[in-house]
Design a protein around this ligand. Structure first.
Ligand code: SF4
Length: 224
């Protein structure tokens, strides 16, 4: 099947399972999502949501993060993994945000990527999540599921984005991202995918080689 047709079919089937796919980070505006995306590196969305609730009660805009003492910010995000490093990045990011964009979070991946602590994955997350613009949000769930389905063979966010942005029309990027992320969290899990509950086995390279292929191999052995 042609790759675009395959993507359309994946979207069609996954939409039935996840009718309202969305990021799990609970943000109220693009700036909050930007800060939360930095906090979320190697951290659970749940913990980031808990921390962010208190954090944004007083710190509401880039200037507030520039004015706060480093130690105080570190203390406020102390339950987040690598909080020292992330506090440093958030402060630098906010300084640059004020300097380059007058404190307004851009809705453009290239512009966002100029900010400290913001890689292409984070930039896509902000552009897609906050502005609902075309974005390939290549987090670990997306990369795993896209590889299993055979949409890409690339393993890093930058390479996955580069590869898929050439092959898939922009109009599918965001929906596909959100759906694959949901699917990766709930069914196509890292250690043991729940293939028996998945609507995509006939479209899945992993299923066809690792499950169907192995079964065939075993039955050949038994017969022999
Ligand atoms: S069939 Fe299994 S490996 Fe393939 S997408 Fe579904 S859950 Fe993931």
């Amino acid at each position: 099947m042609d790759l675009v047709k395959k993507v359309e079919e994946i979207i069609r089937r996954l939409k039935k399972l996840y009718p309202n796919p969305r990021l799990e980070l609970e943000f109220e505006n693009p700036f909050q999502l930007l800060v939360m995306a930095i906090l979320a590196a190697q951290e659970s969305d749940k913990k980031v949501n808990q921390t962010a609730k208190d954090l944004f009660r007083e710190l509401k805009e880039p200037l507030h993060f520039v004015e706060i003492e480093f130690e105080e910010l570190t203390e406020r995000i102390k339950h987040i993994r690598w909080h020292h490093r992330k506090a440093e990045l958030i402060i630098k990011c906010c300084k640059k945000l004020l300097e380059l964009y007058d404190g307004k979070v851009p809705d453009d991946v290239d512009k966002l990527s100029k900010l400290p602590g913001v890689g292409r994955k984070t930039a896509h997350m902000v552009v897609g999540g906050a502005y609902k613009k075309p974005a390939i949000i290549a987090d670990r769930h997306f990369i795993r599921v896209a590889n299993r389905l055979g949409l890409t063979k690339e393993k890093t966010p930058e390479k996955v984005e580069k590869d898929l942005s050439k092959k898939i029309p922009q109009r599918y990027w965001l929906e596909l991202s959100l759906l694959l992320i949901e699917h990766g969290k709930h069914i196509c899990k890292a250690r043991k995918p729940l293939c028996e509950r998945c609507p995509l086995p006939d479209l899945c390279d992993y299923y066809q080689t690792e499950i169907v292929g192995k079964d065939k191999g075993e039955s050949v052995k038994v017969e022999g």
